[in-house]
Write a protein that binds this ligand. Structure first.
Ligand code: A2P
Length: 301
């Protein structure tokens, strides 16, 4: 369950409550989604109702680009916990491998409108995340949008205490990540697939030249056979190959639909057919930051 940009006031509270009622337990959040207060409230209301216990929920929070300097990491996580009104997050991840200038502006720009970057030392940031885990503020720690080289940089760090448990990256039938998935499997790093339904196709941040995933004829034909939608087939595909999915919806019916993927399985042949849909084209390219020294998407994987 994920939020990739700012949400209308209150909509997130209702969506998370609906999701918990539908059976979701993993909630993918971030400070930069500006709705952590609503997520926290939804979780606390559901605990008060007796529907769930805190330990049933798996909340993932994210460290934003302006908070990479090691001394900022713990205070930033503490701020998130205060907003959520929770004692710990289940997973805390570095949202992107690209540091921005620290300060109040989350997207700092100079007078010419150019983003102001910051010296990035991913190993130093990682050590600060390790300290958050040791302090009990995060049960597990991981990364997001890291390429193979950046993962290796962390894993080869002298004195590494904890390796990343997960790497959250774009992953769906049109961008199946075969190489990164294999690399992460070898190193016991879970891939969490964002935009598993092919995004909301918001032109301000999505590469809409890649066709809409859910219109795909193969996904729809396989869906017909199981009486499922293309969305359910896309989600089932990833779950069945060991990729965690975080579909986003604010619509109660679609929130429930996206959870109804555990009562059928795809055949090996169907899995291969869906794998063959891979176009190696990202919906989320983040091209506005391609001149950042740690821009992750120039490497093959
Ligand atoms: P909505 O919130 O109106 O349901 P992703 O998870 O890849 O980021 O995709 C999110 C987009 O997909 C949102 O625009 C969401 O819209 C839409 N969506 C979510 N679930 C479904 C579904 N089951 N069928 C069609 N569209 C969906």
């Amino acid at each position: 369950f994920s939020f990739s940009h700012q949400t209308p006031k209150g909509s997130c509270l209702e969506a998370v409550k609906t999701a918990i009622d539908a059976g979701y337990r993993h909630i993918d959040g971030a400070f930069v989604y500006f709705n952590e207060h609503e997520v926290g409230q939804a979780i606390r209301e559901k605990i008060a109702e007796g529907k769930i216990k805190r330990e049933d929920i798996f909340y993932c929070g994210k460290l934003w680009n302006t908070c990479h300097p090691p001394e900022l990491v713990r205070p930033t996580l503490e701020k998130t916990l205060k907003i959520l009104q929770l004692d710990y997050v289940d997973l805390y991840i570095i949202e992107l491998p690209m540091a921005f200038k620290p300060g109040d502006a989350l997207y700092p720009k100079d007078e010419n409108g150019k983003f102001i970057y910051h010296e990035t030392d991913l190993c130093a940031t990682w050590e600060a995340l390790e300290a958050c885990k040791d302090a009990g503020l995060a049960k597990s720690i991981g990364v997001s949008n890291f390429n193979r080289r950046q993962l290796e940089m962390i894993m080869n760090k002298p004195g590494l205490k904890y390796k990343p448990v997960s790497n959250q990256v774009e992953c769906h039938p049109y961008f199946t990540q075969p190489k990164l998935l294999e690399f992460c499997r070898q190193h016991d790093i879970v891939i969490v697939g964002y935009s598993p339904l092919g995004t909301s196709r918001d032109e301000s941040w999505v590469n809409v030249s890649s066709p809409p995933l859910l219109k795909d004829p193969v996904l729809n034909a396989i869906g017909k056979k199981y009486n499922k939608t293309a969305a359910q087939i896309a989600l089932r595909f990833n779950v069945q190959r060991g990729v965690v999915v975080i579909p986003k919806s604010f619509n109660p019916q679609r929130i429930r639909e996206n959870f109804q993927i555990f009562d059928f399985s795809l055949t090996e042949k169907e899995m291969k057919e869906i794998e063959a849909l891979n176009k190696n084209v990202r919906y989320v390219e983040l091209l506005m930051w391609r001149d950042h020294p740690e821009y992750p998407f120039n490497d093959e994987y």
